[in-house]
Design a protein around this ligand. Structure first.
Ligand code: F6P
Length: 461
């Protein structure tokens, strides 16, 4: 059995239990814990002005972590710059805030080369290499240049936009060529995969010879759709156990007689948090019977504070929560409980279980694992209702959700009202279908499907 080598920008701190750093880290930790292997990435720390040093290795159960610091300049240009001020907004259809600077692009390629140089000497001949997300697109091409012949797969966790959006990136052809250096490129939805293929064809880099295969001037590579799942059984268990968790019980007591609507997101403009607050405000004004009863519990850890648009957002969201609460709160009721800290896995599972509505309304999202976790955490005999943006990848699977357009404040407001008044039978029916899907398509199935495709290779159909 070949060893699995995973590379991602963000790696959870070894030995600290379940990752909190975001969907990707949580998902991969579950996948690697099952199979064991090497996980390489950024330590999250800065080496200051100095050049980053060599990788440090740490064993934690079946996983060996290989972590590297980055210099301040690298973090600014590669992480805060090209990855999160250029590629992230571009892939989330936000051309209005997509910044492009040649120095950031150079930093992005420099750091990818650095990662490749660190990784290559640690590879075994039959390692399967699985690279994750938009930070590391050029890594396969760099490894190939160093003579690495292993099979290398890439999975994009975020959306891939259509050509008219993607071609706004001045170096779009270079990025497309970087993706074409993999043996397989995986996407969350068929829509993302189709957008990528259209970009390749329009740019003349590759031609689709079947649903899953692209022919380029130097050979073939595979494109696949692998919607990411969660550790469904683990989450169901965590939510059951959380009923006895003293911290969850204390929060539940503070919400007695309240109808809890929950939102959980990193503080990111793609998540639609201001739009959600506006919709909740609309809902309360249009449905006075719910005033004094419904509470939106919005858990929002701060994120990427070194990127200017994120800082602006922190202010905007805090002001909006303050305004809604200032106008509508009473002495014993706060409409929006807005919490900036990140919350441990088991408390989160307990909060999902208390909530009658999961309000997941990103303006654009690759998948959105919160939607899936919310469903897995419900009590099947009396489940809550998922209200989900049609622009999240999860909307293509979660067909028991009430789907909404997050740009339509009134529609979201009406969906909240509908969710809070849905009869038990309808709630059970919607929930059962989604839970069944999540059990069959969990994180293990996702990981297995991708790795099987990477291992086997196959031939163009
Ligand atoms: O899931 C998308 C993603 O960008 C991951 O790659 C990342 O780990 C997560 O969101 C959190 O973002 P960051 O690593 O920038 O804190």
């Amino acid at each position: 059995m070949s060893r699995l080598v995973v590379v991602s920008n963000r790696v959870p701190a070894p030995g600290k239990g379940k990752a909190q750093a975001g969907g990707l880290a949580v998902a991969l930790q579950a996948a690697l814990a099952a199979k064991g292997g090497l996980w390489m990435g950024w330590s999250g720390a800065s080496s200051g002005a100095r050049d980053p040093g060599a990788m440090t290795f740490r064993e934690d159960g079946p996983i060996t972590y290989a972590l590297t610091d980055l210099s301040r300049k690298d973090i600014d240009e590669y992480y805060a710059g090209f990855a999160n001020s250029t590629l992230w907004p571009l892939c989330h259809y936000r051309l209005d805030i997509t910044d492009y600077a040649r120095k950031d692009m150079a930093g992005y390629f420099r750091v990818n080369r650095f990662f490749a140089r660190q990784l290559a000497p640690n590879l075994l001949l039959d390692d399967l290499i699985w690279i994750h997300d938009y930070h590391l697109i050029p890594l396969a091409a760099e490894l190939r240049q160093m003579g690495v012949k292993n099979r290398i797969g890439f999975f994009l966790h975020i959306p891939f936009p259509p050509p008219d959006v993607f071609f706004a990136l001045p170096v779009h052809a270079t990025i497309l060529a970087g993706l074409s250096a993999y043996d397989i490129v995986g996407f969350q939805t068929r829509y993302d995969a189709d957008n990528f293929c259209s970009c390749l064809e329009r740019e003349g880099i590759g031609r689709r010879v079947s649903d899953d295969w692209i022919k380029t001037s130097s050979g073939h590579f595979r494109v696949g759709v692998f919607p990411i799942g969660i550790d469904t059984a683990g989450f169901e268990r965590a939510a059951q156990d959380a009923e006895h968790n003293p911290a969850v019980r204390k929060i539940a007591r503070s919400l007695v007689d309240r109808d809890v609507v929950i939102g959980v997101d990193r503080l990111d403009y793609s998540k639609g948090i201001p739009q959600r607050f506006q919709a909740f405000d609309r809902f309360l004004r249009d449905n006075p019977a719910h005033k004094g009863r419904a509470t939106l519990l919005q858990v929002t850890p701060k994120s990427r504070s070194d990127v200017p648009h994120y800082l602006e957002m922190q202010r905007e969201v805090a002001e909006l929560a303050g305004r809604v609460n200032g106008e509508l709160a009473t002495l014993d009721w706060t409409p929006i409980r807005y919490v900036n800290s990140s919350i441990g896995h088991s408390i989160l599972a307990g909060l999902y279980r208390i909530a009658r509505v999961g309000l997941v309304t990103p303006m654009r999202d690759g998948m959105n694992l919160v939607a899936k976790e919310y469903v897995a955490a419900q009590r099947p005999v009396d489940p809550g209702v998922l209200v989900l943006s049609r622009f999240a990848g999860a909307a293509r699977e979660m067909d028991g959700a009430i789907l909404v357009n997050p740009y339509d404040t009134e529609a979201v407001s009406q969906a909240i009202a509908q969710a809070l008044t849905l009869p038990l039978e309808a709630r059970r029916e919607r929930h059962a279908a989604m839970l069944d899907h999540l059990r069959r398509h969990d994180i293990g199935a996702w990981c297995g499907a991708f790795l099987e495709a990477l291992r086997e290779g196959g031939q163009p159909g």
